[in-house]
Design a protein around this ligand. Structure first.
Ligand SMILES: Nc1ncnc2c1ncn2[C@@H]1O[C@H](COP(=O)(O)OP(=O)(O)OP(=O)(O)O)[C@@H](O)[C@H]1O
Length: 266
């Protein structure tokens, strides 16, 4: 009998929003260990907000989120910090501190969370920079790097503590297609060589099919998950025309548009 593996992340009956405004409700899904899981949906449907809830930055209006079995919603501040130590996050712009060198940026989590000596930290920083093909760039300032290099430096910082769980918000936004494909390869390397579990918010269709094992598609109209599964399967077999259109380059066909209206009226 197959061994039952505990999900890395469990999202249960989750409702999220700001103030009394509900963005998404009744969200239920798991992220399994070692998978790349995509959060998709139209602009403003609440993808980044969901990610921020999962990493414990916001409190949900309702429901629970468990990371490796531990609720990040009901955790005390100390417990939350302990859970947060186990994962790495990169934000949209790479979010490096502009007044620090690349190496100093990557060293930050190591200085904050480990008792490593400066020499050990320097070794670890160079190892992580090499991993993202930025070996030798430690002394550069973020402003001296290209957009793609800054994103990779952000990734190196997110990986400084060797987390098993990584979160990326729009990793390839604003990058040219080649740089974006490099970043995709890097994400797959994290999964395949280090067994990392990765949650990614993305718009890029190429990326979705290249890196995501499964996706959750958030619908802005119904305010909940429209589809959950492997992106190619959803594109080819979903009964929801919006889901098929979103995942294909065709856009909505006219008969599907009529279908969507009917569904909304229902
Ligand atoms: N701190 C905040 N306070 C109030 N409203 C917010 C806040 N952050 C985001 N919003 C609003 O919540 C909605 C969803 O935002 P969010 O960034 O989660 O969407 P998204 O799906 O990630 O969008 P995009 O694809 O455009 O980045 C938007 O209408 C946004 O203006």
């Amino acid at each position: 009998m197959a061994e039952k593996v505990q999900p890395e992340i469990e999202v249960e009956d989750l409702t999220i929003g700001y103030g009394s405004n509900v963005l998404q409700q009744n969200l239920n899904f798991d992220v399994k260990p070692g998978e790349v899981f995509g959060i998709l949906g139209g602009s403003g449907c609440g993808k980044s907000t969901l990610l921020k809830h999962i990493i414990g930055l916001y409190e949900p209006q309702k429901g629970d989120i468990r990371i490796e079995g531990r609720s990040i919603v009901s955790a005390t501040d100390t417990e939350k910090l302990e859970i947060m130590r186990h994962f790495g996050v990169t934000y949209q712009g790479g979010a490096l501190f502009g007044s620090m060198t690349v190496a100093e940026n990557v060293a930050l989590p190591l200085q904050e969370y480990t008792g490593k000596s400066p020499a050990e930290i320097a070794r670890k920083v160079e190892e992580k920079l090499k991993l993202v093909d930025l070996g030798g760039f430690g002394d550069y300032m973020p402003s001296e790097l290209s957009g793609g290099m800054r994103k990779r430096a952000g990734l190196a910082r997110a990986m400084a503590l060797d987390p098993q769980l990584l979160f990326f918000d729009e990793p390839s936004a604003g990058l040219d297609p080649i740089t974006s494909a490099d970043l995709d390869r890097l994400i797959l390397r994290m999964r395949d060589n280090f067994g990392a579990t990765i949650v990614v918010v993305t718009h890029e269709l190429d990326s979705i099919f290249t890196i995501c094992d499964r996706v959750a598609m958030l619908d802005k109209t119904t305010k909940t998950i429209a589809a959950l599964g492997a992106p190619a399967t959803l594109r080819d077999t979903s009964e929801n025309p919006w889901v098929r259109a979103f995942l294909s380059r065709d856009g909505l066909k006219s008969e599907d548009k009529a279908d969507v209206k009917v569904k909304i009226v229902e």
